[in-house]
Design a binder for this molecule. Structure first.
Ligand code: SF4
Length: 764
């Protein structure tokens, strides 16, 4: 409660090494062990005030001294503790003081803040004598302040739930497939289950999942819904759907919040997040209550509205949004807010014991995204650079670390190698370096050494993942050697390949998680790698599209294997030109690499200059991507060249004749290289012999193929064609992974040759 009612002053996010949770627990135990007999530890206190129940646990009470203590562990110089932290500690202790006086009939009590230095193990004790009547007055004032807000919150919740109970679907009717999806989501949410829903594009998945989850809120007592997406475009669609739901029922008091990354929300990118640097951090907590009140009255808070409210109250928009996440009904943000190692929404869910419904948009992306969240890399080049600039006091430990680093890869002759484990000696020297840098930061709190901080955070992340190292991850070393014979650099990587062990707790913390996408086949690949509970329900939503709308042709006379690429360029160019000549319109052609794409595009331009064409480029800016897509005008003609799995392979909506066909000249298989081979071996070991190739290559590849092909048919009136160019598309195990509603045919007159090629191994 005091966090809400008594926090004042500046926002201050300067890095200060804080005690770990274990150090905090140990510190409390040491203080308690120093107290005399009769000292009471961890006293649970509570009282009701109007309809508020205030509960807490004071650290200790010494009846002989009539002294109530609150212990706070810290590191470094106590005088540098911000004043607003100290006053918050006092506020908390005064509340406990009144609860104790009330419970034990005391007229007065000594209140003592005990600051325990983790490093020196010394205590600094700040004590004040308080009359029970003063503490009561303080308690009631804080309760009144909180009650005003909590009353509003209770009313909001009751109004929200009543309105959601009566909420009608925002459109005149469900689209085909949309009702099936919505019913499955509602059933899963009501049963407290996870759901994997494979649903084709075009059925309105966003509304089809948000609406039933909203309807489930009152019955399931859901506090919040988190709508999580891998891409900005997904968040935009969710906000549009929520706006549409809001417009359909203007009395719906739903609070919607969009979370944006700090670098996008920050108003002062040249400043640091503390009151001495940024004006929006200075006095942040003094102005936060008014900003918070204004924000909840706005209700629909996309990033622009958050920014407007923040500007009106002169507070930081990024940290305002973080506070508003507590009070929002629906939070729309990136996956990382719930799934990564220190995810804010997950942390809040646990701390506040929220009941949450989680919607994961385009969930096929979660495998790769989560792998990145739980992987860590350390580059020896960064350490070597740091050794040149680091403070002298750290030199020894950095040298020691570098020696152990060299020893790690001394025997490694290959440029890339997976090692069974991280040797103890390296882990110890890494840990020692972390400890010494921590001490350095404590002793030099104002010195900002960005290179040292960067290395420190990377090392911390690496060491945390090292503690959790297991068969879900690889430990590999990539070496680069110098021509002059000087020892090369070694990049150490803890490469997560099965995020399941890290994500299980995320699914467990939600009442229900719904993962939906047009491509979630086969189910077991996603449930195995993501760690979904065994009770997860799967639904494959019927397609609203008919086989007549899409002609799918396998071009088996062409092989796009690496060794056949040069030979394939001309036949692919001919295929594109022939199709275009017979049926002019807008086409997308996908390839496995920029190089391959460029060769075919160049040949088309040379041989068929009359065909308008445009090509994806590396690292296109937003406006360049928009320009690429704008070429697909209604009634337009031409071929857009793109790389499969890139910016235009999914999340692109080109209905009607904006796109009449796609050529896919690759199975999308990840590159055959030492890393992917290691992944294959590990998948074999974890999920059973034979599954490695499918898990490492085939399923991820075909997921991209189906996503790309899904660009063609967007509505029930669309018509189009997809050419799957490679003989391996004719294989049974590959065709099984294509959507059931597709009617797949061999390219006209070429079916016989496919049967012959089908005997070769897929990966050749
Ligand atoms: S505006 Fe930027 S610098 Fe200022 S507090 Fe916010 S995020 Fe930090």
């Amino acid at each position: 409660m005091t966090e809400f009612t008594a926090k004042r002053g500046d926002l201050d996010l300067r890095f200060t090494p804080a005690p770990t949770a274990q150090e905090g627990i140990a510190g409390h135990a040491i203080v308690a062990s120093r107290r005399p007999a009769g000292y009471e530890s961890e006293i649970t206190l509570s009282a009701e005030y109007k309809h508020l129940l205030v509960r807490g646990r004071a650290d200790g009470y010494d009846p002989a001294l009539n002294r109530l203590e609150e212990v706070k562990t810290y590191r470094g110089d106590l005088d540098r503790m911000p004043a607003n932290h100290r006053s918050l500690h006092w506020a908390q202790l005064k509340i406990y003081g009144w609860l104790l006086c009330r419970e034990r009939g005391l007229q007065e009590v000594n209140l003592a803040l005990v600051y325990f230095d983790i490093g020196s193990q010394k205590e600094t004790l700040l004590a004040e004598l308080h009359a029970a009547s003063d503490l009561q007055a303080f308690f009631e004032q804080q309760c009144e302040c909180f009650l005003a807000w909590s009353q509003q919150e209770l009313e909001h919740r009751a109004g929200r739930d009543a309105a959601l109970t009566d909420l009608s679907f925002p459109h005149a009717s469900f689209r085909p497939g949309q009702r099936q999806l919505a019913e499955a989501v509602y059933r899963a949410a009501s049963g407290g289950l996870c759901l994997m829903a494979q649903a084709p594009t075009g059925i309105g998945k966003t509304v089809g999942t948000l609406f039933p989850m909203l309807k489930a809120c009152p019955g399931q007592k859901l506090d919040k819904i988190f709508y999580l997406s891998a891409k900005t475009s997904g968040r935009g669609l969710a906000l549009d759907a929520l706006a549409c739901i809001g417009e359909s029922d203007s009395s719906l008091p739903l609070r919607v919040l969009e979370l944006t990354a700090r670098d996008k929300a920050c108003e002062h990118p040249d400043k640091a997040c503390h009151g001495e640097s940024c004006p929006l951090a200075q006095g942040f907590y003094d102005r936060l209550p008014a900003a918070r009140q204004a924000a909840v009255e706005v209700k629909f808070l996309d990033k622009n509205r958050v920014r407007e409210v923040a500007a009106a109250h002169e507070v930081c928009p990024y940290y305002l949004a973080q506070d508003l996440a507590r009070w929002a009904d629906v939070v729309v943000g990136d996956y990382n807010y719930y799934f990564d190692a220190s995810a804010m929404l997950h942390g809040m869910t646990l701390a506040n014991q929220w009941q949450v419904g989680v919607l994961v948009d385009e969930a096929h992306n979660l495998v790769d995204r989560a792998r990145k969240m739980y992987s860590a890399e350390l580059d020896q080049a960064a350490l070597r650079q740091l050794r040149r600039t680091a403070p002298a006091i750290l030199q020894k430990s950095l040298d020691r670390l570098n020696r152990q680093w060299n020893a790690l890869h001394k025997e490694q002759t290959l440029p890339y190698q997976v090692h069974a484990e991280v040797p103890e000696k390296f882990s110890t020297s890494l840990q020692q370096a972390i400890t010494e840098i921590t001490e350095y930061f404590i002793e030099h709190p104002v010195a900002v050494d960005h290179a040292l901080q960067r290395f420190y955070f990377d090392a911390l992340h690496f060491s945390r993942l090292l503690e959790a190292f297991g068969k879900h991850s690889l430990f590999d070393i990539s070496k680069t050697s110098h021509a002059d014979g000087y020892a090369g650099n070694a990049v150490l990587c803890l490469r997560n390949i099965i995020p399941a062990p890290f994500l299980e707790s995320r699914f467990a913390a939600s009442r229900s998680t719904i993962l939906f996408s047009a491509t979630l086949s086969p189910w077991y690949f996603y449930s195995d790698t993501l760690g979904l509970p065994a009770s997860t329900v799967c639904v494959d939503v019927d397609s609203p599209f008919s086989a007549e709308q899409l002609s799918v042709q396998i071009v088996s006379r062409i092989s796009t294997r690496y060794q056949h690429r040069d030979r394939s360029i001309e036949p692919i160019a001919n295929l594109l030109a022939e199709r275009y000549a017979a049926h002019p319109g807008n086409y997308l052609a996908f390839f496995s690499s920029f190089d391959y794409m460029q060769k075919v595009a160049d040949l088309i331009r040379e041989r068929h200059p009359g065909i308008p064409s445009w090509a994806q480029e590396r690292q296109m800016q937003e406006n360049e991507k928009e320009a690429f897509l704008a070429r697909f005008a209604p009634g337009g003609k031409g071929i857009g060249f793109a790389v499969l799995g890139g910016a235009f392979g999914e999340g692109v909506d080109l209905p009607g004749d904006r796109l009449v066909g796609a050529f896919i000249a690759t199975l999308g298989l990840p590159q055959y290289n030492p890393v992917n081979e290691q992944i294959r071996e590990r998948m074999d070991a974890v999920f059973g012999a034979g599954s490695g190739y499918d898990y490492a290559y085939l399923y991820p590849g075909m997921q991209k193929v189906v996503q790309a092909a899904g660009r063609v048919i967007r509505t029930q009136t669309d018509r189009g064609v997809v050419f799957l160019i490679d003989d391996r598309f004719a294989r049974g195990e590959v065709r099984e992974l294509l959507p059931a509603w597709w009617k797949v045919e061999m390219e006209h007159g070429r079916a016989m040759r496919t049967a012959v090629r089908a005997a070769a191994p897929l990966e050749t």
